[in-house]
Design a protein around this ligand. Structure first.
Ligand SMILES: Nc1nc2c(ncn2[C@@H]2O[C@H](COP(=O)(O)OP(=O)(O)OP(=O)(O)O)[C@@H](O)[C@H]2O)c(=O)[nH]1
Length: 314
């Protein structure tokens, strides 16, 4: 008999040593009293709270981040009552006031009659994993932003334009409100590049984009680089008269910048040509056809001598 007891004692010591030398923190809760009957001493190293300060389930609940507490407690209690093994991620409060992300993995121990006897589990420190997850989410967001941004000017790119144009076209069709669009193209930009060089040409495109951004005033007005030296402005809920005014504002903003262009045929400074269009889309209208119409008007503005806006077929 003593031999058996000694053997059990030795085995108990081995298990205890094993449990207390792991990174995970073992614990046991007696279900009827909802109190800790054991928690590994490693808890103090991780959270700063001594093992003997973990008395009741309330101590555990009090040391959960307020934003995670309600669901974590409700979830764990419900699962335990149902006798279901479970795991929960939450932020645990450290003694110094900081928080550590914990994954609590819980096993429900039942009595012979099936009722809950105790909960045993391990707490794992998953802060590093959470930091990596958070970084991944941020990188994903950055990537999304970058994929919609023009690399040179920082304004929206053609891909974003396609998405916004699609949305606003549908909005206008539903609401029956006019949708206007301006296509803006720098005049004699080839000559600008040839004369001032491509680096200066790139810089010029940035200045033009910045200037045109100031023309964007409506809450849903949207500016994008359409490609090359061509920009596009979508003006939702905007009639032809207002669109004409915005076009004038764009010419004025570029005039105010007064970007020297010695090789321009329209004067000594950089100018734009603008095609403008307004539509209340019907169910059968194609947005591509509207885009082409505005592009043709831009072409007309070029043919007419540039530095002007064409807003209707003349
Ligand atoms: N520096 C620079 N130049 C660009 C960029 N994208 C397009 N271009 C140049 O823009 C010029 C456009 O030339 P064209 O289409 O002939 O137009 P344009 O010279 O402005 O003549 P009009 O539009 O008829 O007034 C080309 O020389 C392209 O190389 C860019 O990102 N950076």
């Amino acid at each position: 008999m003593t031999e058996v007891v000694e053997k059990l004692d030795v085995e108990g010591m081995v298990y205890k040593t094993l449990l207390e030398s792991t990174k995970a923190i073992p614990w046991r809760i007696q279900w009827d009293s909802l109190s800790f009957s054991y928690i590994g001493p490693q808890i103090e190293e991780l959270l700063g709270w001594a093992p003997d300060s973990w008395m009741s389930v309330q101590d555990w609940a009090d040391r959960i981040h307020p934003e995670d507490r309600e669901w974590a407690v409700n979830f764990c209690v419900a699962q335990s009552k149902a006798g279901v093994d479970h795991e929960a991620d939450y932020r645990a409060l450290c003694k110094d006031g900081s928080y550590v992300w914990i994954r609590d993995v819980v096993h429900v121990v039942r009595k012979d009659d099936g009722s809950v006897d105790a909960l045993v589990g391990f707490m794992f420190d998953i802060s590093e994993r959470k930091r990596t997850e958070q970084r991944l989410i941020e990188l994903q967001r950055e990537l999304e932003t970058l994929s919609f941004k023009d690399g040179l000017t920082g304004i929206a790119n053609r891909r974003r334009f396609d998405a916004v144009f699609g949305e606003e076209w549908d909005n206008a069709r539903r609401s029956g409100r006019p949708l206007s669009m301006l296509m803006l193209d720098i005049d004699y930009f080839k000559q600008y590049n040839d004369h001032y060089g491509h680096v200066q040409g790139d810089y010029c495109l940035k200045v033009v984009a910045k200037a045109l951004e100031q023309a964007v005033r409506g809450p849903r007005d949207f500016l994008a680089r359409f490609g090359g030296e061509e920009f596009v402005l979508i003006l939702p809920d905007t009639d032809a008269g207002i669109a004409q005014q915005v076009a004038e504002r764009c010419h004025e903003l570029i005039r105010t910048e007064w970007i020297p262009h010695e090789r321009s045929m329209t004067g000594m400074a950089l100018t734009l040509s603008v095609g403008a269009g307004t539509v209340v889309p019907m169910a059968t209208d194609e947005r591509q056809a509207f885009l082409e119409l505005v592009d043709r008007r831009l072409y007309s503005a070029k043919v007419r001598g540039r530095n002007t806006t064409v807003s209707g077929e003349h």
